[in-house]
Design a protein around this ligand. Structure first.
Ligand SMILES: [Zn+2]
Length: 491
């Protein structure tokens, strides 16, 4: 007996068709008109859309950063993702400085034991010593086919140009893709102390320390290296005209270069959010920074003309009002980080968060929540606003991420043989986004009070129901690791 999704409209990257979908076991076994119920469990999808589960290829769950750890983990983050229609994600394993890639993987495998949705890993390289280079080909055998390098965060994650270029050469030889955080970290590391010394310590100066030109410059540098090495490049979280122009030039030159933006960069601005009174702007501190309404228009245009291939979140959330309870003593006693345990002792206890940067914008942990809202917000302002079609929406949030990162057609589409990751989407359902109804572990959201029309009402992963209305059916440990293919297409 299977599950039969009847009377819905299936949306893929290429078409919208009225069709029934039969799921047997974990995969889709049949697509067609008027499939007989035949003893299957029937899910009535009249007036609903059926979409492939969303894929977010840019998340940081339980990431150690700036003296704390991001809130959502493979438990809470996964649940929030699924309520928003996202059933797979790729998280960044960070190579611990001075250690091996395998050391990083061990940490992430441990975190993943409580997974509730499917997940893969990118490998973020921070220190490319010769013996680390030798580890790279072995990653492909483990289904890790993407390397991430930071051109920013000097003295923390930043790599120099030699390292980036070499990494691209090795990646190209092994059929891998290189992802870059493109900002000139040396310029930022010069501007930041100057701003602080001049007394410019408020959250808005985070944007002054990272002007759009340094994103454009770094993007161009990576694009040129991709052209020289032939290594596919994926520029993460693109925010502004100067970097989009660099990507567009690279694509016009025939280089294998692609890019994503993240939800927040289409909506938030320095003036309205980062420069909000008091310390409020800290909620919106992420790198690269949010920009201007002009940049928003540039990003929408880049989605339309295929300069950009995907929309992710860079979900990396910290308490706005954190650091509550005797955390320092607690940590000293235990000598380790187990924030979940700490916060469970008393609901008022919280790990440190954004308040670490009061009086010094450079100490504000970078990142914001967004994993749950990505699909709803992009549907409302993309599809409902007439900027992109429903098929393009699916392409950007589900199909392209699967193709670029070697998960297609197992993930990212509704077709026979694909994993039955299915979102039943009600295009008429109106919903108000709020911290009061979010499933993320957070004390704020950046879309507070926003109204959207269109929302997942049922979410399935590999044939199993995860979400039905407000009810949660997922279980810890049921999320599966997704090994990914090398030599994925450049699109
Ligand atoms: Zn990120």
């Amino acid at each position: 007996m299977g599950t039969l999704f009847k009377n819905g409209t299936v949306i893929t990257a290429s078409e919208m068709i009225k069709a029934d979908v039969l799921v047997e076991g974990e995969t889709i076994s049949l697509l067609g008109k008027d499939i007989a119920p035949d003893g299957h469990e029937v899910v009535d999808c009249t007036d609903k859309y059926l979409m492939p589960g969303g894929i977010d290829v840019h998340t940081h769950l339980e990431l150690p950063f700036g003296g704390t750890v991001s809130n959502d983990d493979f438990n809470t983050g996964h649940k929030a993702a699924a309520f928003g229609g996202t059933t797979s994600h790729i998280d960044f394993v960070i190579q611990p400085v001075g250690k091996s890639l395998e050391d990083g993987l061990k940490i992430w495998r441990e975190k993943s034991k409580q997974a509730q949705i499917d997940y893969g890993y990118h490998m973020a390289i921070t220190d490319l010593r010769p013996e680390v280079m030798e580890e790279i080909p072995g990653l492909v055998d483990q289904g890790i086919t993407s390397l991430k390098l930071f051109m920013a965060y000097k003295n923390v994650f930043q790599v120099d140009d030699t390292t980036l270029f070499k990494a691209m050469q090795i990646a190209e030889e092994n059929g891998m893709i290189v992802m870059v955080h493109a900002e000139n970290g040396d310029v930022e590391a010069t501007l930041t102390p100057e701003l602080l010394a001049a007394g410019n310590t408020a959250p808005q100066y985070h944007a002054s320390s990272r002007p759009p030109e340094i994103e454009g410059e770094a993007t161009n540098r990576a694009v040129v290296m991709s052209g020289l090495t032939g290594c596919p490049l994926y520029v993460v979280h693109m925010t502004c005209e100067s970097s989009i122009d660099a990507l567009r030039r690279g694509r016009a030159a025939g280089y294998p270069v692609m890019g994503e933006s993240c939800t927040q960069y289409f909506f938030l601005t320095v003036d309205d959010h980062l420069a909000a009174p008091g310390f409020e702007g800290a909620k919106y501190v992420c790198s690269p920074p949010i920009r201007t309404t002009h940049d928003h228009q540039v990003l929408w245009q880049a989605l339309k003309d295929s300069t950009l291939q995907a929309v992710s979140t860079d979900h990396c959330n910290f308490w706005y009002d954190g650091g509550k309870g005797p955390w320092q003593e607690w940590l000293d006693e235990r000598g380790g980080l187990s924030w979940v345990e700490y916060e469970q002792q008393d609901p008022s206890y919280r790990r440190p968060g954004k308040e670490l940067g009061v009086g010094n914008f450079a100490k504000i942990p970078n990142g914001m929540p967004g994993l749950e809202e990505r699909m709803m917000v992009m549907w409302e302002h993309g599809v409902n606003a007439g900027r992109i079609s429903p098929t393009r929406f699916v392409e950007l949030l589900c199909t392209n991420p699967a193709k670029i990162f070697g998960m297609y057609p197992r993930k990212g589409t509704i077709s026979v043989g694909s994993d039955a990751d299915i979102v039943v989407w009600d295009p008429e359902l109106e919903y108000t986004l709020s911290v009061d109804n979010t499933h993320m572990l957070t004390d704020y959201i950046v879309y507070e009070g926003w109204k959207v029309k269109g929302k997942p009402v049922k979410v399935y992963q590999r044939g199993k129901k995860l979400v039905d209305g407000d009810e949660w059916f997922g279980k810890n440990g049921e999320g599966c690791y997704i090994p990914r293919q090398a030599h994925a297409p450049v699109i």
